[in-house]
Design a protein around this ligand. Structure first.
Ligand code: CTP
Length: 400
């Protein structure tokens, strides 16, 4: 999301300035164009050479050096976002008071882009009434504040005041300022992960699904501007974006109920979960004890969520499913597309070494109802998710 975006990073005098190095590295790696401006006090905490090398740009620190004058107005206009991280107590107070005694403050005062700050200070300073008042003032000016973390502080104390971690700052920038708008206003429902069908209080029938593909899809739909709701079976996967809503379920029947409660308000529905097709007919209330050499379990069919949605969807809803096959893949996938009345089916085969449960890659063929098919090479699940989202965006566009 941040690729090609222009970030002006302001670094102030705080021990957390060392994290600015990592932040520059992450931003540049993610494809952003980064220029760094520091206050005089920041130079005591972090090397200008390191920041200029990593940002691939000269670090700016003075308004004028005798021969040249840094054009603070143009710098404030150049940036898509001005990020001040770490923000010290002192610079916060100056921002709130409208002071302009260094280049960073001059740029801040003339910035026409959004300004976001990541404060860093000791807990007592963080709770001081003047800090509270100054934060409220800059929020009132329209600046955004990335919340501080709880943890070990430079003083050795534990408490509030740690600067947010660089990874989290990058995520904050992406989700707050750099989402695309192709799917703005659209609501997307995604099922993800496995389901567990209880046999007794100790055992269950499950499968190896990790939920990675479902979460990769959720993040790509979110990046395209959609409101995203994931209904997810038991998995350790999660999303870094606070804006993606996740409902956790365990069994196929819970997944059915949860998806159904969201279905009618969803414009795009993608069923990526590996839902159990059968569950034990009777769930024992006590642990089954070991007795004879063999044991039989009576199983009954679960409800097919994708099929049910294919029956009840309206013409404005777009429904997609997955087909996980081990043989005769194309035939089975096209059958599923038709039988479940989906608009799109994504085939992955367990015969492909790069596809399947728990892997970070997938290899898919996508089929639509018009007889089109898209064959992709093996890619990361994130790249596969992007391909699926792009095809859905194209199909929605063609339908207009
Ligand atoms: N699906 C579902 N509810 C179920 C079973 C499957 O929503 N109870 C969805 C899956 O999320 C997927 C699609 O149906 O999008 C196909 O799932 P898959 O396991 O490949 O096929 P099944 O329909 O279960 O058929 P089979 O196991 O016979 O291949």
């Amino acid at each position: 999301m941040i690729r090609g975006k222009k970030i002006l990073l302001g670094v102030t005098g705080s021990i957390a300035a060392y994290k600015a190095i990592l932040l520059v590295r992450l931003l540049v790696k993610a494809g952003a164009e980064v220029r760094v401006v520091i206050t005089p006090a920041a130079a005591d905490f972090v090397s200008v050479l390191t920041l200029s090398t990593l940002s691939k740009n000269k670090v700016l620190s003075v308004l004028a050096d005798g021969e040249t004058w840094a054009n603070h107005v143009m710098l404030g206009r150049w940036a898509d976002v001005m990020l001040i991280a770490p923000l010290s107590c002192n610079t916060l107070a100056k921002m709130a008071g409208g002071f302009c005694d260094n280049l960073l403050l001059a740029i801040y005062l003339s910035a026409t882009c959004p300004v976001v700050v990541a404060p860093a200070m000791d807990e007592d300073m963080w709770h001081h009434p003047s800090t509270r008042r100054n934060l409220a003032t800059i929020l009132d000016f329209g600046n955004a504040v990335i919340p501080v973390n709880n943890g070990e502080l430079a003083s050795g104390l534990y408490g509030e005041g740690r600067m947010s971690e660089p990874d989290d700052i990058l995520t904050y920038l992406e989700e707050t300022y750099f989402r695309e708008s192709q799917l703005a206003g659209k609501s997307v429902l995604i099922s993800a992960g496995p389901t567990y069908e209880a046999i007794d209080p100790v055992r269950f029938i499950g499968n190896h699904s990790s939920g990675k593909m479902g979460f990769a899809l959720a993040e790509q739909f979110f990046a395209a501007g959609a409101n995203v709701q994931v209904v997810c079976g038991p998995t350790s996967e999660h999303t870094k974006y606070r804006g993606i809503k996740v409902s956790n379920v365990v069994s196929a029947s819970e997944m059915f109920d949860s998806c159904l409660s969201i279905f009618s308000t969803s414009d795009i529905i993608v069923m990526a979960a590996a839902v159990a097709d059968y569950r034990p007919l009777n769930q024992e209330t006590q642990k089954i004890k070991k007795e004879s050499g063999t044991i039989s379990l009576e199983l009954t069919k679960t409800k097919d969520i994708l099929k049910h949605f294919g029956e009840i969807k309206n013409e404005n809803q777009f429904l997609a499913g997955f087909a996980l096959e081990t043989e005769n893949e194309r035939v089975h996938a096209i059958e599923k597309l038709k039988n479940k009345n989906a608009d799109l089916i994504v085939l992955n085969s367990l015969r492909d070494a790069d596809a399947g449960f728990g892997k970070d890659t997938n290899k898919v063929i996508i089929f639509d109802r018009q007889g089109n098919e898209w064959l992709f090479p093996s890619k990361s699940k994130s790249a596969v998710a992007k391909d699926i989202v792009d095809i859905i965006i194209q199909k929605l566009h063609d339908k207009k």
